[in-house]
Design a protein around this ligand. Structure first.
Ligand code: SAM
Length: 248
């Protein structure tokens, strides 16, 4: 059988496509892409032309079975998304699972990932972190999600779009507390790359004050709750201690 190569592509700066990614894209039978027009442009920039197959959220289940057949028959395929690492807030999970279940070799060509790029420059503890992807679009669901995350002690990573950056920062400040430290990493590797480092309140104010800070693509890195900072957690621990004492 062939191999499924999972290939990271740039998140802005085309110089971030690795030599091995280029070599892999050049030699596979076909490339599965989230948006074939987008990937065709990327390939054209590097003087490549390969057969492209659309694999997106709406056809992934149906496509996966057919792609696994092609892999079984000996074709090698690459999987890419529009930007960064496939499967990270992008399609591909179902195809990778189906390929693995069929015993096909799945091999990564690692590279750009906005979450890791942002974490690497945030100056926020990075040994333990949780990736939360996009917050829910609806205000009530978003606040509920944040409420459940408020006592998380690991660093939190979120993706955000220009439409919701302001609302999300406002909700983060109100649910996590205004003074929690965070970083807004915008347009990484691109012309207007900006990394703002402040309290949640301070970040919200800065993004409100400057419309340019609301443009583009964003990663939010939020420091985890202090071990004892959250009153609810402290209260929970106290009750737990009392309960275990009582049950002895
Ligand atoms: N698979 C991609 C990765 O590895 O990072 C993420 C895809 S997700 C659909 C797109 C989101 O990633 C954007 O809304 C933004 O939150 C983040 N993102 C992508 N490129 C970025 C960049 N250059 N700077 C900041 N954030 C970026």
């Amino acid at each position: 059988p062939g191999t499924l190569h999972v290939v990271a592509t740039p998140i802005g700066n085309l110089g971030d496509l690795s030599a091995r990614a280029l070599e892999t894209l050049k030699t596979v039978h076909a490339i599965c892409a989230e948006d074939t027009r987008h990937t065709r442009q990327l390939l054209a920039h590097f003087g490549l032309e390969r057969p492209l197959l659309a694999l997106h959220q709406h056809n992934e289940d149906a496509q996966a079975a057919q792609l696994v057949e092609r892999l079984r028959a000996g074709e090698s395929l690459a999987l890419v998304s529009d930007a960064g690492t496939p499967l990270v807030s992008d399609p591909g999970f179902r195809l990778v699972r189906a390929a693995r279940e069929a015993g096909i070799r799945v091999s990564p060509v690692p590279g750009a990932c906005a979450a890791i790029g942002a974490l690497s420059v945030a100056g926020i503890p990075s040994d333990r972190f949780v990736f939360e992807g996009f917050l829910p679009a609806k205000a009530s669901a978003r606040r509920e999600r944040l409420t459940r995350l408020a006592a998380e002690t690991r660093t939190l990573i979120f993706y955000e779009s220009a439409h919701r950056i302001e609302e999300s920062l406002a909700d983060l400040a109100s649910v996590f507390g205004a003074s929690r430290r965070a970083v807004v990493a915008r347009e990484l590797t691109k012309l207007f790359e900006t990394v703002l480092d402040d309290t949640l309140d301070g970040l919200h104010a800065r993004v409100m004050a400057d419309p340019n800070q609301r443009k583009g693509e964003f990663v939010l890195i939020v420091e985890g709750a202090g071990e004892d900072a959250d009153a609810a957690v402290v209260e929970g621990k106290r009750l737990y201690a009392k309960l275990t004492e009582y049950l002895k």
